[in-house]
Design a protein around this ligand. Structure first.
Ligand code: HEC
Ligand SMILES: [Cu+2]
Length: 438
C-alpha cells in the first residue's frame, strides 16, 4: 500500500514540478523553433509513458498486494506463472517500436534541415582550442583560404595557409567575441585545434561538435538582436567551464561597421612580423607604456584562458595564484627551487611542462603567444608581485635591461633563441628567419 501511494506521489510531484519549476528554456533567438518542437514532442511522449507506467505499476502493487481479499473469502494472492504470451509480446513490441520511431523521426527531419544551409547563407568559421574561441569570415573575395595545423603559430593561431591568396583578405577574430548580422542565414564551419569541443549558443538552439581533423557545420538565422553567450558543450579538460564567448547579434549596418574594423589575415601576419622593431624602439619610452602593457596583459589573461586557472587574489586554483608570484622563490616538484624573475616566467609560459611547480599537476597547456602577447602577460604577472617582490622587481629589472622594455629586451638575448625554438616546434620556416634578421 505504502509503495502504491509513493508511486502516485512521485508521478504527481514530477508533473507539478515540471509546470511550476522556474527553469524554463531561454527565449528562442533563432529560426530553430523546430528544435523546441522536437524537444516538446519527446517530452510529451516520454511524459505520457512515465505517467501511465507508474500509475499502472501503483495500481498493480495495490490490486495484487499479498493480503488482498479474495472471492472465496480468504486473503492473499499467489502469482500465476505465464512463460509465453504471444499476443501481449506482439502488442508490446509493435507499440514500443512505434513509440521509439515517433521519438526519433521528427529529430531526423530537423537534423536534415539543420546541416543543409540555404544558398545565400553567409559563412562564419569557428575555431575551438583549449579553452578559447576564434572566428574567421571570408573577406571581399568571399572565399575562405585553406588552413592546416602545421601553420599554427603565435602569429597565426588559426593555422591559415600564408601562401593561399584566398586567405589573405579573410577576417580573423582572435578573441572570444564575434558579431553577426540579424536575420541573415549563417553557415557555421567548425574546427578544433586540439580535442573535442562543442560550439553551443543555447538561445539559438544550435550546437555542433568540433572534431580535430575534420570540419563540421550547421546553419542558423539570428532572429533577435542582443548578446548571447557561447558555451563549450563537451568536457574538454580542466579549463572547460571557462571556455566562454559571446555572439553579438546586431543589424547589418552595425555589423558591417564592426567587420570593417577587424584585421585581415594579411594584416595580422604583417603586425606579428613587425613588433620586435617598435618594441625595441620604445625601449627607452617610460612607465606609461608599462601600464598599457599591464592592461593588455590583463585582457590577455582573460581571453587566452589563463585566468581560468590562475587567480590574482592569492587563492590557488587549478594553477598557482599570480598574487605575490613575481620576486618570490618557487619550489618545483623535484625539490629544486628558483627565483621568479622574467626568465622564469618566460620559461614557465612558453614551456609549461619543462618544470612543474610543487603541488600542481602537469595540466597547463602550451598556449601559442606572440612575443608581444608574452611580454604583456609577463608585465601583468609582474604587476601582481608581492610587496616583498615589488622590492625585488626594480632591482631585478636594471640587471637585465632598462625598465618597461625589460621584458622584451631582457628576454631578447636568451629569447631570440627561446622564442625561435618555441615557435620552431610548430613552424620552423617562417618564425626563425624573422627572429634572425631582426
Ligand atoms: C588549465 C589551467 C592553466 C591554464 C589555462 C594556464 N595555466 Fe599556468 N599553470 C597551471 C598550473 C597547474 C601550473 C603549475 C604547474 C606547472 O608548473 O606547470 C601553472 C604554472 C604557471 C606559471 C608558474 C607559476 C608559479 O607559481 O611558478 C606561470 C607564470 C603560468 N602558469 C602562466 C600562465 C599563463 C600566462 C597562462 C595563459 C597564457 C596560463 N598560465 C594558463 C595551469 C594553467
Ligand atoms: Cu571545449
Amino acid at each position: 500500500m505504502a509503495m502504491a501511494i509513493a508511486l502516485v506521489v512521485i508521478v504527481v510531484a514530477s508533473v507539478l514540478f515540471h509546470f511550476l519549476s522556474p527553469w524554463w528554456a531561454t527565449p528562442l533567438a533563432s529560426n530553430w523553433k523546430q528544435m523546441d518542437d522536437t524537444l516538446t514532442i519527446t517530452l510529451v511522449i516520454t511524459g505520457i509513458f512515465f505517467i501511465v507506467i507508474n500509475l499502472f505499476l501503483g495500481y498493480m502493487v495495490w490490486r495484487f498486494r499479498h493480503d488482498a481479499p479474495r472471492q472465496d473469502g480468504q486473503r492473499g494472492h499467489r502469482a500465476d506463472y505465464h512463460p509465453e504470451n504471444r499476443k501481449l509480446e506482439i502488442w508490446l513490441t509493435v507499440g514500443t517500436a512505434l513509440g521509439v520511431m515517433a521519438l526519433l523521426a521528427p529529430g531526423l527531419f530537423v537534423y536534415a534541415d539543420y546541416v543543409r544551409p540555404p544558398r545565400d547563407a553567409m559563412v562564419m568559421e569557428v575555431v575551438g582550442q583549449q579553452w578559447q574561441w576564434a572566428f574567421r569570415f571570408p573577406g571581399k573575395s568571399g572565399q575562405l583560404g585553406t588552413s592546416d595545423p602545421r601553420f599554427v603559430s603565435g602569429a597565426n593561431p588559426l593555422g591559415l595557409n600564408p601562401d593561399d591568396p584566398r586567405g589573405q583578405d579573410n577576417i580573423v577574430i582572435n578573441g572570444p567575441e564575434v558579431h553577426v548580422p540579424l536575420h541573415r542565414p549563417i553557415k557555421v564551419l567548425l574546427r578544433s585545434k586540439d580535442v573535442l569541443h562543442d560550439f553551443y549558443v543555447p538561445p539559438f538552439r544550435a550546437r555542433m561538435n568540433m572534431v580535430p581533423g575534420m570540419v563540421t557545420s550547421f546553419w542558423f538565422t539570428p532572429t533577435q538582436a542582443g548578446r548571447f553567450e557561447i558555451l563549450c558543450a563537451q568536457l574538454c579538460g580542466v579549463g572547460h567551464y571557462n571556455m566562454r564567448g559571446m555572439v553579438v547579434v546586431e543589424d547589418q549596418a552595425a555589423y558591417d561597421a564592426w567587420l570593417a574594423k577587424q584585421p585581415t589575415f594579411a594584416m595580422t601576419l604583417a603586425k606579428a612580423a613587425a613588433p620586435p622593431a617598435p618594441a625595441g624602439a620604445a625601449g627607452g619610452a617610460a612607465a606609461g607604456a608599462d601600464a598599457v602593457l599591464v592592461e593588455k596583459g590583463h585582457a590577455l589573461a582573460q581571453s587566452k584562458g589563463c585566468a581560468g586557472c590562475h587567480s590574482v587574489d592569492g587563492n590557488a586554483g587549478v594553477g598557482p595564484t599570480w598574487k605575490g608570484l613575481f620576486g618570490k622563490t618557487e619550489t618545483f616538484s623535484d625539490g629544486s627551487s628558483a627565483p621568479v624573475d622574467d626568465a622564469f616566467l618566460k620559461e614557465e609560459i612558453t614551456d609549461p611542462q619543462a618544470r612543474l611547480v610543487k603541488g600542481f599537476g602537469p595540466v597547463m597547456p602550451k598556449i601559442p603567444l606572440t612575443d608581444d602577447e608574452l611580454s604583456a602577460l609577463m608585465a601583468y604577472i609582474r604587476a601582481q608581485g608581492s610587496g616583498e617582490g615589488a622590492g625585488i622587481a626594480p632591482a631585478a629589472a636594471p640587471a637585465g635591461a632598462p625598465a618597461p622594455a625589460g621584458t622584451t629586451s631582457q628576454a631578447a638575448p636568451a629569447a631570440s633563441g627561446t622564442y625561435t625554438t618555441s615557435n620552431a616546434a610548430v613552424v620552423p620556416a617562417s618564425a626563425s628567419p624573422k627572429a634572425a634578421t631582426k
